[in-house]
Design a protein around this ligand. Sequence first.
Ligand code: AMP
Length: 321
Amino acid sequence: MGILVVGSIGLDDIQTPAGRRQRTLGGSCTYFATAASLYAPVSIVGVVGTDFPQEHFEFLRSRNIDLRGLQVVEGKTFFWAGRYGEDFGDAETLETQLNVFADFHPQIPEDLKDSEYVFLANIDPTLQIEVLQQMRAPRLTALDSMNFWISSKKEVLTEAFSMVDIVILNETEVRMFTEESNLLLATRQLLALGPKALIIKRGEHGAMLVTDGQRLGESFFLVPAYPLDSVVDPTGAGDAFAAGFMGYLAREGDLSLRTLRRAVVHGTVVASFTVQDFSIDRLRTLTMAEIEARYNELRYLTSFDPLSAQEFGVLQRPFKA
Ligand code: AMP
């Protein structure tokens, strides 16, 4: 099934210990759409200015990404400049220019209002809500955000959290939003706002999925990051994670806990490829065969005892029941 995504499409200046790129293709929606298009048809909703290079449109079209919801308006494209330190941890934002996003209001083409999978990539939460309000009966909605919006629009973001099935944040954002240093307590606070599940991205420490199961083993799933001996540019890892996660769910069309867990591993794998080159460059050549090979390596890396039939049965539980 197809995925509808709203988010930023922009040009980035990126500095990492591995080098520097200027006015390179970026934006949360761009990373997500490029990676998710390996799994399922993707339609994007967003805006670019008249300065957006033609070659980027051509690239997105080459991935069969539906651009009917992408507006092109007079003005400058969204611009972000960020820098990463020696540990490749959280980006330090040097500059954010919303440009054409400042006056943007999403208009979803009529037939796309029936999209089953909706991903609200990192963008102004007001726009995320405007997209949700136009959707008819999505099967699964998920949302990502960042420190910029937590500090500037916390109330609207809280409302957006209450309207989606899954909230996806990184560890620093969870602590910033909840003002709680214990992650377990922080996840309870976030789930109490309304989402049915939470995914916490923990960079090189992996990711966790939190649902509202009865026992710890039913409510938590933990996966390590795929071990890499070189990272080039962490930009977009979060969006690529979301793409592997949503892409797998949309492709499988199943929302049991077991499928959700596998989707988290797909997210982990796609993110691991993304950070191995600047911008979306590694995603340009990435294949499903490469994703599956790393997925299998992670299976071996994390396997210790098979589950009993009873324990395994819990994972067949539908996620949204
Ligand atoms: P990630 O590293 O997964 O958080 O996503 C990186 C992308 O987010 C970059 O390509 C930026 O263009 C984009 N970005 C940075 N700041 C913002 C913001 N305030 N709103 C929307 N997108 C942003």
